[in-house]
Design a binder for this molecule. Sequence first.
Ligand code: IPM
Ligand code: MG
Length: 368
Amino acid sequence: MSNPSLLILPGDGIGPEVMAEVRKIIDWFGAKRGVTFDVSEDLVGGCAYDKHGTPLHDATMAKAQEVDAVLLGAVGGPKYDTLDFSVKPERGLLRLRKEMDLYANLRPAQCFDALADFSSLKKDVVAGLDIMIVRELTSGVYFGEPRGIFKEGNERVGINTQRYTESEIERVARSAFELARRRGNRVCSMEKANVMESGVLWREVVQKIHDAEYPDVELSHMYADAGAMQLTRWPKQFDVIVTDNLFGDLLSDLAAMLTGSLGMLPSASLGAPMANGRPKALYEPVHGSAPDIAGQGKANPIACILSFAMALRYSFDMGDDATRVEKAVEQVLADGVRTADLMGPEGGKPVSTSEMGDKILAALDASL
Ligand code: IPM
Ligand code: MG
């Protein structure tokens, strides 16, 4: 059988720095676990625009469709803020999501014991928190037509369209129920059925899939605004949350920040199974390109490393090795190793991006 293949797209800002640490972990798997990945690397975002005049070259898009999994760092930076909408770095990412049809975006929000004090919430509200947001990623207001800025009489009008088909809701609902069965067996679906027809349909379809295929999973529904409130009040009431593209964007940032460790959270974007049975997949940290600290060796590589762990679990059926990486990260944090973003009021000396990577490698070695 051929080696599993990975396309690495480091992107902009801190993307290349954090991805360099992931490369070390990938090499470690080759040397110490006998799992060799065929790795290729390419451009996405601002750096692709600088070279090709587009944030995602067609050849890169084609490569992404062929590999077993894509690992992405981050895109964007102030240099590109004034670019036309159609060539902004973010469009590269949105094109990958849309053309690979990555409809289920898994965003875990987990509070690491060693970091519970970093949350803006009281420690007992967040300690041990482990929830999973499943965000629909290929439809809704992000992609609905009509969209644009149009002339209407004497003034302009900006239009975006929230649109969901039944099948789009069905498939992401299934992803959420499947995940719930492997976790706490509970799903809370969030929409605004009180004001939006798309929300009425969303609620109906999620309930229908539940009753027909997943009656064993506990399902509840919540309006998304109330969901935001409940997430800050008592987040541990949730297990899996399933929601649409825009609400998922907002709620996942909120959930991430509850953990006090935005720089720590990974994500997986999954589509339909390919011929080899693996899902189409892209893995990326939740954080952005952090241009203010780019190139200084200050970035925290953990979110990107944990994204690779998600790849091991969801693309390569290596759940035990995924856990091995996660445990190595936990160990390093418990040992008090901190990048600059994790320095508390007590101070201390932060480690650099590559020192953090090396510590995690050492913990992996110790796990053998
Ligand atoms: C995210 C980001 C993206 C989004 C941007 C960068 C296009 O905020 O992945 O959550 O809005 O989906
Ligand atoms: Mg976002």
